[in-house]
Design a protein around this ligand. Structure first.
Ligand SMILES: C[S@@+](CC[C@H](N)C(=O)[O-])C[C@H]1O[C@@H](n2cnc3c(N)ncnc32)[C@H](O)[C@@H]1O
Length: 428
């Protein structure tokens, strides 16, 4: 069966016809090859410093279609036993990455060339036997390579963790405090099987303390969490909707970035919009983490303020309020308090001042590809495990805004990948 249309869904060619799926894979691989050629990208290689893959929407669509077909074929040919054999061992692979991160394997393996397993073990302070067992499992997952027997070099994935501290922090916080919390999920559900108590998450079951209190008490992990959030943005939470959909050029004055973490988003916006100033608020004192990210062109225009978004907003006369990737961390009643606490700030600003809620917004069920849905559902579970939060649809956001204050109105919605931007105003 020949398959010529680029957009024909796999369902249309029969999800269980192995050769039809394989032909679809060939076609989609050709589409990607042509896209790379036409846009001046080299073909991907396994060399450690291979050039980054395109981040464009077109590439994401092409890659998503190929991935669906690859997954269909893999599942069909391996069958349920092999499927579970692989799945049930993922935890051990994560354990291996956990050790590699904790003992700095990614930084110790040099950018170029290779290091003997003995030297890696010595520099990491781990015995040779366990170093070798851990690193060799990771090699099978494209993390590190062993080009010469007994010598370890970077793969593209381990190279990324060597050069990018923020993405490394994302992996590290995920495989340290979050993986430990995830392992307590069934115990947490057992404690309250019929009703989810958002104040008692699996994180609290495992660590004995809610996540943000945990970071308030642990400065080292809180700095890593701030870096992890910046890394997470690179992996998921693109700021395209926030940066490109909204007409920032029309604003003058100071933008308040509520729950802004270390200020990564404000700093990026400040670089693009040189007339705007930013105040980054967070309940954690982000002065130290934030200062280290400032550049000469942004230093005078981005400042940091410790403030909880559950308390009335102290800043007025704002050009805009940003609430980015915050609502998803909290339960409905907390989000209502968060939205209501912004009202004093909006009331003391011009009626044209927007509240820009930039968050993961769930599209209606049944409209997503499997890959997209899995990405969103994974984040929904991160919220369940760590934060007592959840992902919401646009209409769920509208209900919570109205509950916080009748005058809230969503005037625009811009979807963008997994993220969406709600442009909200307080009617006067
Ligand atoms: C997922 S991060 C998002 C950070 C940033 N807005 C971004 O998009 O990268 C959530 C942020 O909310 C902050 N946060 C948690 N509780 C808070 C509170 N009560 N008041 C203000 N910020 C809070 C956390 O410290 C963290 O920086």
């Amino acid at each position: 069966m020949s398959h010529k249309s680029n957009n024909k869904p796999i369902e249309a060619i029969g999800r269980t016809n192995l050769l039809a799926i394989a032909e679809d894979i060939t076609q989609r691989t050709k589409d990607i090859t042509e896209y790379l050629q036409a846009n001046g990208y080299p073909q991907p290689t396994l060399s450690a410093d291979s050039v980054a893959h395109p981040e464009t929407v077109e590439y994401v669509v092409l890659y998503g279609k190929l991935k669906s077909s690859l997954e269909d074929l893999k599942y069909l040919v391996e069958g349920p036993k092999r499927h579970f054999r692989e799945l049930c061992c993922h935890g051990y692979e994560l354990a291996a990455i956990q050790v590699a991160l904790e003992f700095n394997f990614f930084e110790i393996v040099p950018l170029e060339g290779q290091i003997s397993i003995e030297d890696l073990a010595e520099k990491a302070g781990v015995d040779i036997d366990r170093t070798q067992r851990i690193v060799r499992l990771l090699v099978t997952e494209f993390i590190f390579q062993e080009p010469t027997l007994g010598y370890i070099a970077h793969s593209p994935s381990s190279y990324l963790l060597h050069v990018d501290e923020e993405i490394r922090s994302t992996l590290h916080y995920t495989l340290d405090e979050m993986l430990k919390a995830a392992s307590a999920t069934a115990d947490n559900v057992k404690a309250s099987p019929l009703k989810y108590n958002s104040a008692l998450t699996p994180f609290t079951t495992r660590h004995g303390i809610p996540i943000f209190n945990f970071y308030e008490k642990d400065t080292r992990r809180s700095i890593r969490f701030a870096k992890a959030m910046a890394g997470w943005s690179k992996l998921n939470l693109n700021i395209n909707a926030l940066k490109e959909a909204f007409p920032w050029n029309e604003l003058k004055g100071t933008v308040v970035d509520v729950g802004g973490g270390s200020g990564k988003v404000s700093i990026t916006l400040a670089q693009t919009f040189p007339d705007l100033k930013f105040i980054v608020q967070d309940s954690v004192d982000m002065h130290v983490a934030g200062q280290s990210l400032l550049t000469d062109e942004t230093r005078d225009r981005v400042s940091f303020m410790q403030h909880s978004f559950f308390n009335p907003q102290p800043v007025g006369d704002a050009a805009a309020f940003i609430l980015r990737a915050c609502a998803l961390n909290w339960s409905d009643s907390d989000v209502v308090t968060m939205f209501r606490s912004l009202v004093p700030g909006l009331e003391r600003s011009e009626p044209t001042t927007p509240l820009l809620i930039n968050d993961l917004v769930l599209p209606p069920q049944g409209t997503l590809t499997r890959d997209f849905e899995r990405g969103l559902r994974q984040i929904d579970l991160i919220m369940l495990v760590g934060f007592g939060g959840k992902l919401r649809t646009q209409s769920e956001f509208a209900v919570l805004l109205k509950e916080a204050d009748e005058r809230y109105e969503i005037r625009n919605f811009y979807p963008e990948g997994l993220m969406g931007l709600l442009e909200v105003y307080l009617r006067r």
